[in-house]
Design a protein around this ligand. Structure first.
Ligand code: BES
Ligand code: MN
Ligand code: ZN
Length: 538
């Protein structure tokens, strides 16, 4: 998808589809209440072309509600599409992101390959009854760069479909998107917003394309190759290791999962070093850097390219979905791509622990005891009693977290499709977040306002730690039926120790089960945007 910017009069733009936004500006409550759909553009010709349908009462400007007008009078556009944001008072930047996705997904199946999206103008002063909240679409500091960015992100995310391997695949991708803004708009801000939107939207789609690949097409080795290729394209440092390095680093927990598969594991390391800002290298921050408190952010992703459960094998129903068990790793790769292009002034390293979880003659067994990677060569690694070989994500992450700390990470974030319990707790639209440090969590929470992604914090704690104590070793990999997401998080906490750390359990939201107006069924690309914003906050 090519993206262009236009500050020309909207009525004069020749385009297959002109998409404009509308919001419901009603303020009356009770029996008097009546939707008041209002266009968020001052262009008189667009106003006139839309007047009939807005007055008809047929269209209410609900969130992602659309109405199409063919051959709109007075416009060069062939079609005028109105996309709703819902109540203006409740609309956020994320409503614009979704609306842009809705416009693109409206165009795709209709054979429309080119469209123009009109950015909303801040009409709040002209709307006598509109109450605009501080965090809303028109909030200071967000508008207009944030709106432009969100619109482009939404359009790119909306353009993605998961049918890569259909032999008669009709490629309905949008070839060209024009973002149209008013002539008196803040051009540098909008240009910057569009530029960033392209980076973020493409990075999220990069993660989604990886998650979408089936297990036979994306083995740990191939995931490693994709990471290396991406790193070369955007200028990240990288290393991809395999079995020998796992043994060398004494990654007994990671290897215990990998040992059951004929496919070798991949230990993927990506490094981002800000230019001319901080001396030294990411891998070896100087003691001075560390004493100055220069942060090194460590991103750790679960990269299980297929999870059969291992010897504690999963039931057949829905097992095919376990190709998306590397969504946390893909999110880290997508975030690193965006980081390399957005260039925040902070060092970042990402570790993706990729393996297949298979049952075989070499697979680990329930009851086995594994020794995790030691935090320092002269210290012993923690011993883990394997109760269930299907609780494999926490095993690979344990060593990934230790490795990130050993490489000098001062702050950690991990992402994993870790537990089905998280879907029981939060459902299929909100992901779980856990943290051992309120200040670090606060930065993540602030990032969510920009990313528009939904996360909800859940507890860690000593009570959970009690439940995963082992009789034979230090810790066991499951702790019973209740509070499964917190038990898994507490397991990881044992390895993060007191390094400020955030854990994202994305198992419930990494796969969109039913198409929505603004996003296709399939991989969601969750967490790429939030991780990027969290990183930028340093
Ligand atoms: N990859 C799964 C979690 C998962 C389930 C992700 C459904 C996406 C959709 C994970 O490895 C797993 O199997 N977890 C077990 C843990 C249990 C054995 C303690 C689970 O949640 O059932
Ligand atoms: Mn599993
Ligand atoms: Zn898994």
């Amino acid at each position: 998808m090519r993206t262009e910017l236009s500050f020309a009069p909207i009525s004069g733009i020749a385009t297959e589809l002109l998409a404009v936004l509308a919001a419901d500006t009603q303020t009356a409550k009770g029996p008097e209440a009546k939707p008041q759909p209002t266009l968020l553009t001052t262009d008189a010709a667009v106003q006139a072309a839309a007047a009939g349908v807005l007055e008809s009462g047929e269209y209410k400007a609900g969130a992602n509600e659309t109405v199409l007008i063919h051959a709109p009078a007075g416009l060069e556009a062939k079609r005028l599409l109105i996309v709703g944001l819902g109540m203006l008072a409740k609309a956020t930047v994320h409503s614009v992101r979704e609306a842009a996705g809705t416009a693109v997904r409206f165009a795709k199946p209709r054979g429309i390959r080119e469209l123009t999206l009109v950015l909303p103008e801040n009409l709040s002063e002209n709307l006598p009854h509109a109450v605009v909240p501080a965090g809303g679409v028109f909030a200071a500091g967000v508008f207009p760069a944030g709106v432009a960015r969100a619109a482009v992100e939404g359009a790119l995310v909306g353009d993605f479909d998961a049918d890569t391997y259909r032999s008669e695949r009709k490629d309905q991708s949008i070839q060209s998107l024009t973002i149209a803004a008013a002539a008196d708009a803040d051009r540098p801000a909008i240009e910057a917003g569009v530029r960033e939107g392209v980076i973020v939207g493409e990075s999220q789609n990069f993660a989604r394309s990886l998650v979408n690949e089936p297990g036979n097409k994306l083995t740990p080795t191939i995931l490693g190759q994709r990471a290396a290729l991406m790193a070369q394209e955007v200028g990240l440092g990288w290393d991809v290791y395999s079995t020998e390095m796992l043994h060398h680093l004494k990654m007994g927990a990671f290897w215990s999962v990998a040992q059951g598969s004929a496919e070798p594991p991949a230990l993927i390391v990506l490094r981002y070093e800000p230019e001319g800002v901080i001396e030294g290298t990411v891998l070896h921050p100087s003691d001075e850097d560390l004493s100055l408190g220069v942060p090194v952010l460590g991103l750790v992703g679960k990269g299980i390219t297929f999870d059969t459960g291992g010897i504690s094998i999963k039931p057949a129903d829905n097992m095919e979905k376990m190709k998306y068990d590397m969504a946390g790793g893909a999110a880290m790769m997508g975030a690193m791509r965006a980081i390399a292009l957005v260039k925040p002034r902070v060092r970042v390293i990402a570790i993706v622990c990729a393996a297949e979880n298979m049952p075989s003659g070499t697979a680990q067994k329930p009851g086995d005891v594994q020794t995790a990677m030691p935090i320092a060569p002269d210290k012993p690694g923690k011993t883990i009693e394997i109760i269930n070989t299907d609780a494999e994500g926490r095993l690979v992450l344990a060593d990934g977290i230790t490795y990130a700390r050993q490489l000098g990470a001062t702050h950690l974030i991990d992402a994993a499709t870790l537990t089905s319990a998280i879907s029981v707790a939060l459902g299929r639209t909100t992901a779980g977040v856990f943290s051992n440090d309120d200040a670090t969590y606060a930065k993540f929470e602030a990032a969510l306002a920009v990313s528009g992604e939904k996360f909800w914090r859940l507890p860690l704690g000593e009570e959970y730690a009690e439940l995963i104590k082992s009789d034979i070793g230090d810790i066991k990999n499951t702790g019973g039926r209740w509070g499964g997401a917190s038990l898994a998080a507490e397991f990881l906490h044992t390895f993060a120790e007191d390094t400020p750390w955030i854990h994202l359990d994305i198992a419930g939201v990494a796969w969109v089960e039913e198409s929505r107006p603004y996003i296709a069924k399939g991989p969601s690309g969750i967490a790429v945007r939030s991780i990027l914003e969290w990183v930028r906050s340093y």
